[in-house]
Design a protein around this ligand. Structure first.
Ligand code: GUN
Length: 709
């Protein structure tokens, strides 16, 4: 096999920056930039004990594709020979590893053995002098069984050491700023907040590990583990990777990643191998009882459990460690691929069935998602939902847990807050609806399967709100082609499911239709109706769909959308779907056939920008909190305007404000400080992320508004 080349150092200005290249809610694929290469996250940093090299670091680089590892600076500092060599040759030569090297500081040793003999500043200076890429300050380990007072002291002492440690690290050594606080949500959030803002003249912390969690993992207290991750994330700056200190079991990766963890480290691959145990993404297996391999790997193929049992201890430990590393890497690949395909939550859902403790944690998470606690955990859960792109392409597999998937909760929340009954009806009458017509037992595409019922109902009573009953709740017919509802995948009979009266009543009351008379109908064969009024009804139905999508997805007030859709024209595909929407003969938007969303044109973006009455958003200033605040805007700083105006993407670090209702995956407007349109596109970030991130894309621009100027 060809040698893997050594990594290129990052550009000076990128040192310590983290950029997100793909996201699925809180889960993100990122690049972290160091002097020994930029590496992809989520990643596991294998723990290398410089005294016992089960697998050589260079082999980890060459054979297993690890781009970064972690070792312990205190272990090196304590050993005279290692210390001398590390200071003389540098850590990369000592370990023979060309990628990024992280070091821990001795905190874990102080947890296991009591005190350590080194001062906080000295151990940071030592990490710097060895040429480490990312070191760790000497934090105070907060055990979950400590009293609140002890944990407060651990948080305070860690905070007190933060700035002197950053000062000692200087500009070249990046530092981990661990979050402590035991099981107390408020202490975790407080610790995250102070560590997040700590800064020396050179820089702040580059990464935030969540500390003090090893005892929880040993006791399989996963609910506590994920609670702590959420409470900490609530107050951490979103531009920094989050590391779960000491977590390395692949079974935990999908759920941790779905909640925003970017880095893991663990000696599990070696420790479990020494104990004759194999890691799998579904749990741990003991070699002793196996007849066949329950989980394949390149390392074990061609061998049998019997043969491995007969190996001498070193060979056995090595082959099992190799298997464990392989499985760990494969599960991280699977997680990254799930982020790319927008299915990380589904993977977490699947893995939750691997252990009762993990399932308990997942069920708790689902409870939080549907009814968030007050405090940091609830805040993190709400941000997680808001960070999920609500619309997805492709099928949405039905499952017991489907209603709790965060992107579906997001879509439901948008629907519940932003959908409104039509203000006027196809016969030009106005006033409240006279009835709700609920169509049941029909499968998508509903524009084909129930159009006859829709027309008949509207002919019969123009002031009818037509709704569709789906296995995932009731939706207005105007949103019939919106994912996830029209993309549900499951057995055919899922569409014929009966809904009880109470379910229907609850669903309608969410839409403000509790008091409106209800007609429930099932589609049946019948002749296609004809008549001159049908084209009038069709036009009204098309208009409702555009108004509702602009309201639900883009926060445009229905009355304003009605103005835009005045003198509406549509162009249809051969299958009769609307593909272009014209207003006063100008193409303003196109419904997206893949997910039911809308793509604006430049003319549409201009019209929608003109509707904004308030000045452009500014970081640090309150934005008005209204249900319909208009298409969210990002305000650019002057330097970037010519580039973005010509159609280039908006990169992080060039914005001076973002509307708080910015939604990843949905349209946004890019404006200058006077509010004039510079470009429009699809946001890739939340407003909070735009305010913090310094690298990577903020908006994928569809079109610049200043071309040719
Ligand atoms: N390794 C495992 N847990 C911890 C922790 O809380 N702090 C540090 N520095 N290292 C750890």
């Amino acid at each position: 096999m060809a040698e893997r080349a050594n990594p290129e150092p990052c550009r000076n200005q990128d040192l310590g920056l983290f950029e997100v290249t793909k996201r699925d809610g809180a889960a993100r694929i990122g690049r972290f930039h160091t002097n020994h290469g930029s590496f992809t996250t989520p990643a596991l940093l294998p723990v290398v004990n410089p005294n016992i090299l089960t697998i050589e670091p260079n082999e980890m680089w060459q054979e297993y594709g690890f781009e970064a590892l972690i070792t312990n600076s205190y272990v090196i500092w304590k050993n005279d020979e290692l210390r001398e060599r590390a200071l003389k040759e540098g850590i990369h030569s000592l370990l023979d590893f060309p990628g990024a090297i992280f070091t821990d500081s001795g905190t874990f040793q102080s947890y296991v053995y009591g005190d350590v003999e080194v001062s906080p500043e000295e151990i940071v200076g030592f990490q710097r002098d060895m040429g480490v890429d990312v070191g760790t300050m000497l934090d105070v380990f907060g055990r979950p069984d400590m009293s609140r007072e002890q944990l407060e002291r651990a948080v305070d002492e860690t905070a007190t050491r933060a700035i002197p440690s950053l000062e000692r690290a200087g500009g070249e050594l990046l530092l981990n700023g661990p979050v402590q606080g035991g099981l107390h949500d408020d202490l975790r959030a407080q610790s995250a907040q102070v560590m997040g803002i700590a800064e020396s003249e050179d820089r702040g912390f580059a990464i935030h590990p969540i500390g003090g969690i090893v005892p929880l993992m040993e006791q399989q207290r996963y609910r506590d583990l994920f609670r702590i991750l959420l409470a900490s994330r609530a107050a951490l700056p979103p531009d920094r990777p989050v590391h779960l200190f000491g977590c390395g079991h692949p079974m935990l990766f999908p759920m941790a990643i779905a909640l925003g963890a970017d880095l893991f480290d663990s000696a599990a691959y070696a420790i479990f191998a020494r104990d004759d145990r194999l890691l799998t993404p579904e749990g741990t297996v003991k070699l002793e009882s196996l007849k066949e391999w329950p989980f394949p790997s390149k390392s074990l193929s061609g061998s049998t459990p019997e043969k491995v049992r007969l190996m001498d201890e070193n060979a056995r430990c090595r082959i099992l460690a190799e298997h464990n590393l392989e499985v760990t890497q494969a599960e991280l690949s699977r997680c990254r691929e799930a982020i790319r395909s927008g299915t990380i939550w589904q993977l977490a859902e699947q893995r939750s069935h691997c252990s009762p403790q993990l399932r308990d944690a997942f069920v708790w998470l689902q409870d939080q998602l549907s009814e968030p606690d007050e405090g940091p955990v609830g805040e993190a859960v709400l941000s997680l939902i808001a960070s999920c792109a609500p619309l997805r392409e492709g099928g949405e597999p039905l499952g017991d847990d489907i209603e709790f998937r965060p992107h579906i909760l997001h879509m439901h929340a948008l629907l519940a807050t932003r959908w409104r009954v039509p203000g006027s009806w196809w016969d030009s009458s106005t006033g409240p609806p006279k009835r709700v017509v609920l169509v049941e037992g029909a499968s998508p595409p509903w524009r084909n399967s129930i159009m006859r019922e829709v027309m008949v109902s509207l002919l019969e009573e123009p002031r009818s709100v037509v709704m569709i009953a789906t296995p995932l709740g009731v939706i207005p017919f105007s949103l019939e082609d919106l994912s996830p509802w029209c993309h549900l995948v499951g057995p055919d009979d899922m569409w014929s499911g009966a809904y009880d009266d109470e379910e229907i009543r609850d669903a309608l009351s969410d839409f403000g239709l509790a008091g409106t008379p209800l007609t429930r109908i099932f589609p049946c064969e019948g002749d296609w109706i004809d008549g001159e009024k049908l084209s009038q009804i069709q036009e009204w139905v098309d208009r409702c769909s555009i108004v509702d999508k602009l309201a639900v997805l883009c926060s445009v007030h229905p009355l304003q959308s009605c103005n835009i859709t005045n003198r509406l024209g549509v162009r249809r595909s051969r299958t009769n779907r609307v593909i272009n929407v014209l207003s006063e003969d100008e193409h303003v938007l196109s419904p997206r056939l893949t997910d039911g969303g809308i793509s604006l044109t430049l003319a549409g973006a201009r019209r929608l920008n003109e509707l904004h009455q308030t000045p452009p958003p500014k970081f640090g200033e309150e934005s008005p909190d209204e249900v319909f605040s208009g298409v969210p805007r990002i305000c650019l700083i002057d330097d970037a305007i010519p580039f973005v105006g010509a159609g280039r993407n908006v990169v992080h670090g060039y914005s001076s404000g973002a509307d708080p209702h910015l939604i990843p995956g949905q349209p946004c407007l890019v404006v200058d400080s006077k509010g004039s349109l510079v470009a429009h596109g699809t946001s890739l970030s939340t407003a909070m992320e735009v305010s913090y991130m310094r690298k990577g894309l903020a908006v994928k621009v569809r079109d610049g508004a200043l071309k040719g100027e």
